[in-house]
Design a protein around this ligand. Structure first.
Ligand SMILES: Cc1cc2nc3c(=O)[nH]c(=O)nc-3n(C[C@H](O)[C@H](O)[C@H](O)COP(=O)(O)O)c2cc1C
Length: 268
């Protein structure tokens, strides 16, 4: 059997520069154990990152929206889109907080069913931390980059476990999904994320277009003027919906009294 060829650090870097450019430099650096970029890490919800946009004191409400960034990039395109929604919310008097899920993997749902009796996920991480805070928020925006025409592998397990263990607490609270992509797959990813709302008795906040921005960098996303406007309109509509729901509650119109759940599996 042939032995794997040993390669020096210098040769690895030279080879990378010659043949494949920046991404290969990254690969070569990883191979020989050099860290080119500082490590990002966080999986905890505390402290939630406060959005710094100035609120209009005239129309300040006591309502809050949680915006979840399911991108591996803390301040990438998804964050850029979410920030635009957050700024529009703040302008309309709604407090907006952005939570980044981080880059340490969020484990998938084990389907153990423990949450059915305890109301908590057996894996005690950002999912439970978020579930504990759901009551504090009046609306939710879930943001994700498009990865292979789907939502990211960070937000999907997070939402699976959050909604499986605490889905009933979202009822009546408006939700919206936001995606960022270079080119395609955005509508599939949006549809995927919107399904968490429509199975949980949540009204879905609309916009003037489907909630997507296009770009590979935050700068490119910002240049997607229509995408950015779509985000601002979404923020306005979410604030409007929240105020309508609050006005309805004040007038005695609350959540419907739902029937006891029927669960019919397709086995007969
Ligand atoms: C693993 C991976 C898969 C991707 N798949 C797609 C895709 O299917 N369609 C697309 O248009 N862009 C795709 N992209 C590009 C990202 O969606 C795009 O750069 C996005 O705006 C990044 O957002 P972020 O900065 O918040 O991570 C992919 C990126 C990665 C890393």
């Amino acid at each position: 059997m042939s032995q794997p060829k040993k390669i020096s650090r210098r040769d690895a870097i030279k080879c990378a520069i010659k043949y494949a450019g920046v991404s290969a430099i990254g690969a070569a650096a990883t191979y020989i154990g050099i860290k080119l970029w500082p490590e990002q890490k966080t999986l905890s919800i505390a402290p939630l990152q406060k959005n710094r946009q100035a609120a209009n004191p005239q129309n300040k409400t006591n309502m809050k929206v949680l915006l979840v960034n399911g991108s591996p990039h803390k301040k990438g395109c998804t964050y850029t889109a979410l920030s635009e929604v957050a700024a529009a919310l703040e302008k309309d008097g709604v407090t907006a907080e952005i939570l980044w899920l981080g880059i340490d993997s969020v484990a998938g749902c084990r389907g153990c069913g423990t949450c059915r009796s305890t109301g908590r996920c057996i894996l005690n991480d950002s999912v439970n931390a978020t579930a504990e805070k759901v009551a504090e928020f009046d609306g939710f925006v879930f943001g994700s980059p498009v990865h292979y025409a789907a939502a990211s592998g960070f937000i999907t397990p997070f939402l699976d476990r959050l909604f499986y263990s605490a889905g009933k607490h979202f009822a009546g609270k408006p939700g919206a999904a936001v995606v960022s992509c270079r080119r395609a797959g955005s509508t599939a990813a949006l549809e995927q994320l919107n399904k968490y709302f429509t199975i949980s008795n949540m009204p879905v906040a609309p916009s003037q277009y489907w909630n997507m921005v296009h770009g590979n960098t935050p700068d490119e996303a910002r240049k997607d003027l229509e995408g950015m406007q779509t985000m601002r309109t979404l923020g306005q509509n979410m604030a409007w919906l929240l105020k309508c729901i609050a006005a309805g509650k004040a007038a005695g119109v609350g959540l419907p009294a739902y029937e006891a759940r029927v669960a019919t599996n397709f086995i007969r």
